[in-house]
Every structure is written in structure tokens, then in C-alpha cells.
Design a protein. Structure first.
Length: 382
């Protein structure tokens, strides 16, 4: 039996980065723990997933005094709970987790490198973010890069020694539930129709979908502009843009784009969805992730598992998430390229259907959560 502590700076990463992995390792006889910034959702989720938790303010920005307080609280929790393994997620959560575990000489310190946040930064900020990632990596005993491209870039940028880092299978941090959740054959048609009605989608609506944070780094500005182009070029069709996600202050969208999203009757914004997200995917005809950087886009795997054709960019993380011209198509980070990709699938429905079917096969073969969890188990035992 091991005491395993996950540290992250924000609640919504727990279902996406770990999810049913909590139950899996609990059933193996381990005690699971979480340290996370305060959230009204955390208590219910802890009860559901059977883990102990402590709320500690972990800010995304660098705040020396508050960060030292957070480190003190994390160290105290590690000592009192006799933690054997510390797992750090997100840049700031990973940094504070690895520093705390290093100070207390926890034998297994695992840093999940979910992406390279400095990729879209410049100047001093970029240098600072690179340095912080190197400090995190130095304190870790093992570094899990969530995709092959993150693995390669980490070595090119000299973030750590090669012998410290690894990939779980073909990538991702926890895999996909392809049977009970992201399975198009398990969708309740009545429930799906109720959601379609709630979102005011017609039976002939063509739904272009996105799932994630609504920020600039995700290419949301270009996606909105592409949506306008598609509507202008195809005036006779009922196009809808379904944005499953929430606005954020960090890397926030320009005010004119926010206003357009909120006022355009053809754009649907759901806010944060905590459950039954597969039903939103089930409404989509095409999934688009025009990101400028990723670790490994779990949303692409979720959409592929739901047999949706994918449009994404050839950037870190995204490049590993599809097989080009088999499960999806690469586009540029431009409105014209994204619009062309959307129209290609709409004009070639047989190819769209084929890519969707191939996508589920791809996810089933390499990203089933049971495959990834077994790799994590080996890492814990190493």
C-alpha cells in the first residue's frame, strides 16, 4: 500500500488529468490524496473518487510569499500523511509539488509535463518559464512527457537529462474511457435529443465543435473568424459553433471576440461542463482544435473516440494526436486554412465518416485508459 499525493493548481484538471485513475489505484490498495486550490466542486468529487484532499492556494502567477506559504502547507501535508509518491501537475502545481517533495526527500517524485507553457512566450518571460521548468525537472525523480513532441522538445531545450523522462505508451496522461464514456454506441438517443433541443439546434444544423479553455493560445480568435468565413461562403446552411468551455482571464480573448461569442446567435457557449461531456461531442459534425501549443490534446482523443473527424494544427502535442489524412487533417493557425478544412469535410462526407471511424480505432488501439494506467503502475513500482 502506498500513499500517493497529486498536486495541481486548479480543480478542473483533476477530472481531465486523472479521472477514474483515482478509483483504479484505490482498488489496488493505495491511499490517494490531492492538494488543490479551493473549489466548491472539490468535496463532492473527492467523495465520488475516494481520495483525501487539502485546499491550498496555488496561484498560476509567481507570488514569492504566497508560494512559500503553499510550499510550507504542502510539506506539512506530506509529512503528516506519510506520502510515498508525489505527483505534480500543471507548471505551477508541478513546481511547488516537486520543490516540497525534494525538500522532504520523498523517494518518488513524478512531474507530469503536460505542455511547454513558454512556447508562446518571448523575452524575459520565456527565459523565466524555461528556468522554472528546469527547476521542477531537477527536483523530480521521473518526468512524464505527455506526448512524443513534448519529449523531443524537452531535450532540445535542455530542460532535463534524457534518462529522467519517459512517455506513457503513445502519450497522454491518463488515457480515454472508450467503453463507458466516449463511446458513440452507448449514447442515449432521447438524452441526446433533449440536449439538442436545450441548445436550440435544428435537425439540419451543422455543428462545428471545440472543447477547452476559451483563450488565445487555443486559436479561438482564428476559429471565430473561420466560422464567419464558412457562414459567408455557405449562406444556405444552418451552421452552429459549439464552444464547450469557459473564458479565462489569463491569455484572455480580445473584447471584440468575446462580444461576438456572446452575441452571435449561431455561437453556443456552454461554460464549464463537469459531466456527460460525451453528449456534447455527439452533437458535433467536425471537431476543431486550432491551438498554438499543447501537451497532448485530450479533447482530440475524446472527439476521435466519438468518431468525429478532426482538424488540428501541426504544433507540439497536436501533431501527435491524429494520423494525417487517416483520422484527421492538419490546418494552419489561420482563419482561411481552418475554414477550408471545415468546408473540405462538409463537401466530402464519406471522407469525414471514414476519418471518424479510423479515429476511434486509433484511440482504441493506443489510448485506452487501461493501457495508460498500467504504464503508470509500472512507474510507481519502479
Amino acid at each position: 500500500m502506498k500513499n500517493i499525493l497529486h498536486v495541481t493548481n486548479i480543480y478542473f484538471t483533476l477530472p481531465y488529468f486523472i479521472g477514474d485513475q483515482f478509483i483504479y489505484f484505490n482498488n489496488k490498495g493505495n491511499n490517494l490524496h490531492v492538494i488543490c486550490s479551493p473549489s466548491i466542486l472539490l468535496s463532492d468529487y473527492a467523495d465520488k473518487m475516494k481520495f483525501n484532499y487539502s485546499e491550498v492556494n496555488i496561484l498560476r502567477a509567481i507570488r514569492p510569499i504566497k508560494d512559500l506559504i503553499a510550499i510550507f502547507k504542502i510539506c506539512r501535508y506530506i509529512k503528516v500523511s506519510k506520502i510515498d509518491i508525489v505527483v505534480g501537475h500543471t507548471p505551477k502545481g508541478g513546481l511547488l509539488a516537486m520543490l516540497s517533495a525534494y525538500l522532504l526527500r520523498v523517494p518518488k517524485r513524478i512531474y507530469f509535463r503536460h505542455g511547454l507553457v513558454y512556447e508562446t512566450s518571448t523575452g524575459f518571460k520565456r527565459k523565466l518559464l524555461v528556468t522554472l521548468d528546469r527547476i521542477t525537472a531537477f527536483c523530480a525523480t521521473d518526468i512524464v512527457c505527455v506526448s512524443p513532441s513534448v519529449y523531443k522538445r524537452s531535450l532540445v531545450d535542455k530542460l532535463n537529462r534524457a534518462d529522467k523522462q519517459l512517455i506513457l505508451g503513445k502519450g497522454t496522461c491518463t488515457g480515454i474511457d472508450i467503453i463507458k464514456v466516449f463511446n458513440p454506441f452507448q449514447i442515449n438517443l432521447q438524452k441526446s435529443q433533449e440536449l439538442r433541443t436545450k441548445l436550440e439546434l435544428g435537425k439540419d444544423s451543422i455543428v462545428i465543435g471545440y472543447c477547452g479553455r476559451l483563450v488565445c493560445d487555443k486559436g479561438i480568435v482564428q476559429l471565430i473568424q473561420a466560422f464567419d468565413l464558412v457562414k459567408e461562403s455557405n449562406p444556405g446552411n444552418d451552421f452552429r459553433l459549439l464552444l464547450v468551455g469557459m473564458f479565462e482571464q489569463r491569455d484572455s480573448l480580445p473584447i471584440d471576440i468575446v462580444n461576438q461569442i456572446q452575441k452571435d446567435k449561431d455561437i453556443i457557449i456552454t461554460g464549464f461542463i463537469n459531466e456527460n461531456i460525451e453528449y456534447y461531442y455527439a452533437l458535433m459534425n467536425v471537431y476543431v482544435l486550432p491551438s498554438f501549443r499543447e501537451g497532448f490534446p485530450t479533447s482530440v482523443l475524446e472527439a476521435s473516440s466519438m468518431q468525429i473527424p478532426i482538424l488540428t494544427t501541426r504544433v507540439t502535442g497536436c501533431i501527435d494526436s491524429i494520423i494525417e489524412d487517416v483520422t484527421g487533417i492538419f490546418v494552419e493557425n489561420s482563419s482561411i486554412s481552418i475554414a477550408n478544412g471545415i468546408e473540405y469535410y462538409l463537401n466530402h462526407p464519406s471522407i469525414a465518416n471514414e476519418h471518424g471511424r479510423n479515429g476511434r480505432d486509433f484511440v482504441t488501439k493506443y489510448f485506452d485508459q487501461e493501457i495508460i494506467w498500467s504504464e503508470i503502475e509500472k512507474l510507481y513500482e519502479k
